[in-house]
Design a protein around this ligand. Structure first.
Ligand code: ADP
Ligand code: MN
Ligand code: MN
Ligand code: MN
Length: 355
């Protein structure tokens, strides 16, 4: 190819994106790690003019297959612009299938899709508050090499270098989420030093979970360039330090119209408390102690404005007599496909008289 031809070709590419040059697709999937699944990713160079195809990986290295039958399948379910690489490059969220193209036992998305379809007429919405903690040198970012920082009190929504650690990463991450078209709705510094939160939503049960997983991947990837890691450990520091949760805000069409439906949703969640607790993230009993703005995991209650309740009804919702509720129980390390599926099943199932 001559230099002229090359220049012409690049000019055409600028007009018709992703049609004439190969581009990078970062395939992101959820592995089989126990008790908490992890994200994995790898890069495919997709040839001119093609969409990211079905692909595969070595399941024996991700706790998803034995070595003698190691192949697992990656099926793209959501493709977004890659905000870090830019240009025509994309991020591909993929679900894991067996070689028979059935959902792999570690694939929790498939069941979420089924439940979302079954209860679609209730139009469930979710807003998820993902808390997390930055780590550097094996301790939460901002903790001194020995001993502890000043006790909690000034860090939540703080400002200044004595209280805030990692804002540069948070700012980059937020921009990347926006550039990628994710429905990030806010961020804040949390109660423990080095701890932060972002919110995704409101969106439907599958879409919000897809986006939370993608936003998590972007968070780890962004922090990596600063030699810092982000963790979803629900109780990173034992003792008088807040844990990390994933408060899950939820409404249906009925709840957005009537207070009776708000109360009915709370009552329904109370009936299946144990099932939800078991599926809201590993080591939930370490975080839901009854202290640090939590209700004990052994007990279910709900209340208006109550940050010590399992489920909070925001004060505006009580005042307006409609809106949404906040399930405060899910851990930061929960699987959003499981949490949104269970809440949809429990509340919409109760509305249908099934539970
Ligand atoms: P908190 O006061 O608990 O810190 P946040 O502002 O962090 O609350 O998060 C509230 C979340 O609730 C946001 O993600 C928002 O999009 C979501 N939300 C708002 N309205 C609804 C609704 N009707 N249904 C579901 N989620 C909602
Ligand atoms: Mn919040
Ligand atoms: Mn929070
Ligand atoms: Mn909250």
């Amino acid at each position: 190819m001559t230099a002229d031809h090359d220049a012409l070709r690049r000019a055409v590419v600028n007009v018709e994106r992703r049609t004439l040059v190969p581009y990078r697709a970062e395939y992101i999937w959820i592995d089989g790690s126990e008790p908490t699944q992890k994200l994995r990713s790898k890069t495919k160079i997709v040839p001119d003019g093609q969409e990211p195809p079905i692909w595969g990986f070595d399941g024996s290295s991700t706790n998803q297959a034995p070595g003698n039958e190691s192949d697992c399948v990656l099926r793209p379910v959501k493709i977004i612009p890659d905000p870090i690489r830019g240009g025509d490059d994309v991020l591909v969220l993929a679900e894991v299938l067996t070689v028979d193209l059935e959902p792999h036992p570690t694939n929790t998305r498939a069941a979420c899709v089924e439940v979302a379809e079954k209860y679609a007429s209730h139009d469930p919405w979710f807003g998820i508050e993902q808390e997390y903690t930055f780590f550097k040198d094996g301790r939460p970012y901002g903790f001194p090499a020995t001993g502890f920082p000043a006790p909690q009190g000034g860090y939540y929504c703080g400002v200044g270098a004595d209280e805030i650690f990692g804002r540069h990463i948070v700012e980059d991450h937020t921009k990347y989420c926006m550039d990628a078209g994710l429905a990030i709705s806010g961020t804040n510094a949390e109660v423990m030093i080095g701890q932060w939160e972002f919110q995704i939503g409101p969106l439907g049960p599958v879409e919000v979970a897809d986006q939370v997983w993608l936003a998590r991947w972007l968070l780890y990837r962004t922090a990596e360039d600063y030699d810092i890691s982000a963790h979803l450990d629900p109780k990173p520091v034992k003792g008088d330090w807040n844990g990390a949760g994933a408060h899950t805000n939820f409404s249906t069409k009925e709840m957005r119209e009537s207070y009776d439906a708000i109360i009915a949703a709370c009552e329904a969640l109370g009936k299946r408390h144990d099932l939800h607790i078991k599926n809201y993230g590993a080591e939930i009993e370490h975080r839901l102690t009854g202290l640090h703005e939590t209700a004990p995991w052994t007990h279910f209650n709900y209340g208006v404005s109550d940050r010590g309740a399992s489920v909070r009804i925001p004060w505006q919702v009580a005042k307006e007599g409609k809106g949404y509720i906040e399930d405060r129980r899910p851990n930061a390390n929960m699987d959003p496909y499981v949490v949104t599926r269970l809440i949809t099943e429990t509340v919409c199932g109760a509305f249908e008289g099934e539970i």
